[in-house]
Design a protein around this ligand. Structure first.
Ligand SMILES: Cc1cc2nc3c(=O)[nH]c(=O)nc-3n(C[C@H](O)[C@H](O)[C@H](O)COP(=O)(O)O)c2cc1C
Length: 212
């Protein structure tokens, strides 16, 4: 049993959030969902227990009413990082991938990413249109993330080779490969988020290896 921080971003695949939450909790894990504002277009937050869901406004309690931060107030993204054993971002959209790679920290999820404890594992499950996935920015951003973590990947790797390199060589980062099929937009190609059970299996494998 582990504490899992599940980041959810603005891809159509966020419709799977209640199912992914249910799958992970059924396996005995405690799960907190950090949802970006865009992701809420794709699933109904009422389908998750309210105590499991973290929204950006939760970082700033009372801000709209003019209340200011007080010394004993929690800094939520730091509290989440302390709580979590593993960060899973599923789906990871192109926008948040770019933010992660460039160190932007403008919402709860990107702040948790930037403040992440370096020894704790991260699992990313990208989901985007095929041309977004194949855009040179994707490989550039994944290379940047890998370089920031440990070792710079060798030059000249194609995107699929880069994923193999990251999954084989970087102990603490796993990319769950997107699938090749008909996408929600009607295009056919690579970019669909991997299915929920295989994402949960990858998370479980990492946790099992770490506790062995
Ligand atoms: C209907 C719809 C579907 C979208 N699907 C995706 C997607 O699958 N992958 C992606 O990278 N962006 C997708 N986007 C674009 C993102 O939602 C957009 O870039 C947003 O700003 C992401 O914000 P976030 O990263 O903070 O969640 C979609 C947008 C819309 C309106």
């Amino acid at each position: 049993m582990a504490n899992l921080l599940l980041g959810v971003t603005g891809s159509v695949a966020a419709v799977k959030t209640p199912l992914l939450y249910e799958t992970l909790t059924r396996r005995g894990h405690a799960v907190k969902v950090v949802a970006t504002a865009a992701s809420l277009y794709f699933f109904d937050p009422a389908e998750l227990p309210s105590e499991a869901l973290v929204l950006d406004e939760d970082e700033w309690p009372g801000r709209r009413e003019g209340r200011r931060w007080q010394r004993d107030d929690e800094v939520l993204h730091i509290g989440l990082r302390r709580w979590a054993d593993l960060l899973l971002v599923a789906p990871l959209d192109a926008n948040t991938l770019a933010k992660f790679a460039n160190g932007l920290a403008d919402n709860c999820l990107t702040c948790a990413w930037r403040a992440w404890e370096p020894k704790r594992p991260i699992v990313l499950a990208p989901a985007m249109n095929t041309l977004m996935w194949q855009h040179p920015a994707t490989a550039r951003h994944l290379r940047q993330i890998a370089s920031d973590m440990d070792t710079t990947p060798p030059n000249g790797l194609a995107l699929d080779e880069l994923l193999v390199w990251i999954n084989g060589c970087l102990g603490r980062l796993t990319i769950v490969e997107p699938e090749d099929r008909r996408l929600a937009c009607g295009d056919v190609g690579v970019g669909a988020m991997a299915n929920v059970e295989s994402i949960a299996d990858r998370v479980q494998k990492i946790l099992d290896e770490r506790s062995a």
